[in-house]
Design a binder for this molecule. Structure first.
Ligand SMILES: [Ca+2]
Ligand SMILES: [Ca+2]
Length: 136
């Protein structure tokens, strides 16, 4: 599929930089899980044009301190996200945190998509693919 134009995305700078988090390396409550990872669910979200879609983020293992989630996005079309920086700590790491992204109205009839990679220091990254359901 041909990508018609470059991504235009408004992240308000929220995802810039790298988190300086520490991680104990020892699973506290999930000893049967393997590598510590960022867990994003579901893997894919359909977003009607002009509407928003939501996925959740949590950590697989308890951190030693505050962990900041770094988000990077690649794709096509117009997307926006709130200027929110997700962080997890010893108490909140296991609770799925919703994150909503908005699909902007565009003049084309192309189902744009965006792949968001969420990472954190000491954790394997995870991705979610949001696909715009174009209404033109
Ligand atoms: Ca459209
Ligand atoms: Ca479109």
């Amino acid at each position: 599929m041909k990508i018609k134009r470059l991504l235009a995305i408004a992240f308000a700078g929220a995802f810039a930089g790298v988190g300086a988090a520490t991680f104990s390396g020892t699973p506290a409550q999930a000893a049967d899980e393997k590598t510590p990872a960022v867990v994003v669910e579901p893997d894919a979200v359909s977003v009607p044009e002009g509407r928003s879609g939501t996925f959740t983020v949590r950590l697989s293992h308890q951190p030693a301190g505050t962990v900041r989630i770094d988000m990077r996005a690649r794709g096509t079309g117009i997307w926006a996200a709130p200027p929110v920086i997700l962080t997890f700590d010893q108490n909140t790491w296991a609770t799925p945190r919703p994150f909503t992204m908005y699909s902007g109205n565009d003049a084309d009839a192309f189902d744009d998509f965006i792949v968001v990679t969420l990472s954190a220091v000491g954790y394997a990254p995870d991705t979610v693919t949001l696909t715009q359901v174009d209404d033109d």
